[in-house]
Design a protein around this ligand. Structure first.
Ligand code: HEM
Length: 479
């Protein structure tokens, strides 16, 4: 009975209680942005300028000398500062310790971040875009394919590519970057696909060039735009690669190169990689391998041209090896390439001075407390390799091209031309090997003169000497 007499009262209280809760909930929702804003205000964002609305500091980054863009801000704000580039708020970090936190010790808080258009062009299943189990499975396979033990057998094939190309430059004016791209592309192709029919290689090369033309264009998917043309080439490239994959699967021979390793890969449950996983990673590796190496080679030719004594010393080192090859009537071997210490230091110093990857992009996967600052979830975080490589604290007289500084190893985490941590470059040994091989034959057979003043830098997309360094090449007259 009592229950009946109480129930209307209870119903009134109950409905009032529900209304009260609803009101409270709505006001909380309304207050949420304010609370978040207060919360952000109390958290200490790094110092720095966010530039103009939307464009931020993007124009400044792409019009100023990159060394001064970063170092001016570092001087003004310190090693960690905020900015706004390419439509995103970001935090730039320029101390070796902070870069290590982002790339190595707290790498799980900072995921790789690329514009969606780049992901579409390279292929969404390429390892760059991934983390965790899929990334580490692919990384192990790619690394296995480019370990010294795996590439030492490629020396004669790479040498063959260099020996075919260099004589075509004699008594001509060439655009160094363009020619180095041809070289690095052919090396990337044999590394990715192993021995493949010339005709198939040519087809892939043509499609790749078409894809590359649109790679840095505005991502406008409209008829006639470079982006649309590049995406069309990407589709055809995929079809070509799938045909090669199918053929190798049919005949039951995985073949050589990275493709062979990817085709033979099985996980613990005996699952193989799918065709699209394989195709995206082959395209991705060729992409990562050739522009980077070609840009570094272009800078080496510029630095050797500008430092005549160094060029003579490198030539002497290479002539020592050449004598041995003549005596023993053979071509270069892996072991020969291990006996080029000065040439090796020239490569190291070029990687430092040119720092063709000025920085890399990561994104905070959650709100992060970082070295006393607050980085909101979704902000980009950019470790600045170039600024660290050009710091006088770690590399005295940083603007001087001085390979002898590498006679002693650099301090830990101060030298990262190939990145650091889980996403570090798996192709560093191949890049160094192909550079040594080309320099051996170039310095012992040719000399080059820069055409024009040789000053200035262009971005395409990596920084290289203006116009891709036009040079006049002549056969070398031995002293
Ligand atoms: C001198 C030439 C090269 C330079 C300076 C260079 C530099 C780099 C750097 C700095 C990274 C790390 C990017 C990041 O952390 O976001 C990277 C990643 C990568 N590089 Fe290279 N690279 C070169 C040549 C090559 C070559 C020859 C290959 C071919 C095997 C290659 C394949 C890759 C791949 C697949 C990744 C992605 C790794 C991952 O996400 O786990 N690179 N490279």
């Amino acid at each position: 009975m009592q229950v009946f007499s109480l129930s209307p009262l209870f119903a009134i209280f109950h409905s009032q209680f529900v209304i009260l809760i609803l009101l409270l909930f709505c006001s909380l929702l309304l207050l949420l942005p304010f609370v978040q804003w207060r919360h952000l205000r109390h958290k200490r964002l790094p110092p720095g300028s966010m530039g103009w609305p939307y464009i931020g500091e993007t124009l400044k980054l792409y019009t100023e000398n990159p060394n001064s863009f970063f170092s001016n801000r570092q001087k003004r704000y310190g090693d960690i500062f905020k900015s706004h580039i390419l439509g995103c708020p970001c935090v730039m970090v320029s101390s070796p310790q902070a870069a290590r936190v982002v790339l190595v010790s707290q790498a799980h808080l900072f995921k790789p971040s690329y514009p969606p258009s780049k992901e579409k062009m390279i292929g969404p299943e390429a390892l760059f875009f991934h983390e965790g189990a899929y990334h580490s499975r692919l990384k192990k396979l790619v690394q296995a394919s480019f370990l010294p033990s795996a590439i030492r057998g490629s020396v004669s094939k790479i040498e063959h590519i260099a020996l075919k190309l260099i004589p075509t430059w004699n008594n001509c004016t060439i655009y160094t970057l363009q020619e180095m791209k041809r070289y690095a592309f052919d090396v990337a192709m044999i590394s990715a696909l192993g021995d493949q029919h010339d005709l198939e290689m040519e087809g892939i090369k043509n499609l790749y060039q078409r894809l590359e033309k649109g790679y840095n264009s505005m991502p406008l998917d409209l008829p006639g735009t470079p982006f649309r043309k590049a995406m069309k080439a990407r589709k055809l490239l995929n079809e070509d690669l799938r045909r090669i994959i199918e053929k190798r699967r049919e005949i039951g021979k995985h073949g050589g190169g990275l493709l062979g390793i990817l085709l033979g890969a099985e996980d613990e449950e005996h699952n193989q990689l799918s065709d699209s996983q394989i195709a995206d990673n082959i395209i991705g590796v060729i992409f990562a391998a050739h522009d980077t190496t070609a840009s570094v080679l272009t800078w080496i030719l510029k630095y050797l041209h500008d430092n005549v004594n160094l060029l003579e010393a490198v030539t002497k080192e290479q002539e020592g090896i050449q004598c041995k090859l003549f005596e023993e009537n053979r071509g270069l071997t892996w072991d020969d390439t291990r006996r080029m210490p000065l040439t090796g230091r020239v490569i190291q110093e070029t990687l430092r001075t040119a720092s063709i990857l000025s920085f890399t992009f990561r994104e905070a996967v959650e709100d992060v407390e970082f070295e006393g600052y607050f980085i909101p979830k979704g902000w980009k975080v950019l470790p600045l390799f170039r600024t660290i490589h050009h710091s006088a604290d770690f590399f005295p007289q940083p603007e001087k091209f001085d390979p002898s500084r590498f006679e002693v190893p650099p301090r830990p985490n101060t030298y990262m031309p190939f990145g650091n941590g889980v996403h570090a470059c798996p192709g560093s040994e191949l890049a160094k090997l192909e550079t040594l091989i080309l320099l051996h034959h170039l310095t012992t057979s040719c000399r080059w003169q820069v055409v024009g003043d040789g000053d200035g830098i262009q971005y395409g997309p990596f920084p290289v000497p203006k116009q891709g360094l036009p040079i006049k090449v002549t056969p070398r007259t031995k002293k």
